[in-house]
Design a binder for this molecule. Structure first.
Ligand code: FAD
Length: 168
């Protein structure tokens, strides 16, 4: 993960909304607040990275990097800050994408390899039938990766890990 973030290349990581956000950050030095929350939750909870890792990358790349807002933003998403989101609140990147980028305009701007996909599949390209992938000239696993982790598997693993911390 850090390598991909670090080098800021067009490496895709997982879900289109997360990839779009990380590319927006690398290309523009800014990321919309909604996507900051989604990528932060994904890094800390789905991938079990420490929030400090993400905060360090945001600190390096954000033009509006602010120590207090960045630190508290990551702790909020990580479920460990002063008024954090409850630790069991785990953003689903696909449903967040469908709700806040329903026609995929944002994803298609920063993940152009998905631009020919119908909006129905833009946030879950791996659910698209073969004829749709052929129409979109998209080879999953080479032009765009398959998910590094299944959402439900990641969510369950995060809850188990966080419960050990919270003694719940
Ligand atoms: C993981 C994470 C990291 C973040 N890192 C930073 C950071 O390094 N620097 C930073 O300024 N904000 C940070 N934020 C807060 C917020 O995402 C940005 O302030 C906002 O997206 C900046 O865009 P804007 O200027 O268009 O905001 P607008 O929505 O136009 O708001 C105007 C101003 O209000 C303040 N503001 C708005 N939302 C927040 C918020 N949630 N927390 C604190 N201040 C806010 C900012 O100063 C912002 O410039 C972070 C949020 C998260 C979830």
């Amino acid at each position: 993960m850090r390598k991909s973030y670090r080098h800021g290349n067009a490496d895709a990581l997982d879900t289109p909304i997360v990839d779009a956000g990380m590319r927006q950050l690398w290309q523009t030095g800014w990321m919309h607040n909604r996507v900051r929350m989604v990528v932060a939750s994904f890094l800390v909870k789905h991938l079990l990275h420490s929030w400090q890792d993400g905060a360090a990358w945001f600190w390096d790349t954000l033009v509006d990097a602010d120590l207090a807002s960045n630190t508290l933003g990551w702790q909020w998403a990580g479920g460990c800050g002063a008024d954090a989101a409850p630790y069991f609140r785990i953003f689903n990147p696909m449903t967040q994408g469908k709700k806040f980028d329903p026609d995929g305009t944002y994803v298609k701007r920063f993940v152009p390899e998905l631009k020919r996909l119908p909006a129905k599949y833009i946030h879950e390209p791996w659910l698209a039938p073969e004829n749709i992938l052929q129409y979109a000239d998209l080879k999953l696993g080479s032009q765009y990766p398959l998910p590094v982790i299944d959402h439900d598997v990641g969510r369950k693993r995060a809850l188990e890990a966080l419960q050990t911390i919270n003694g719940a």
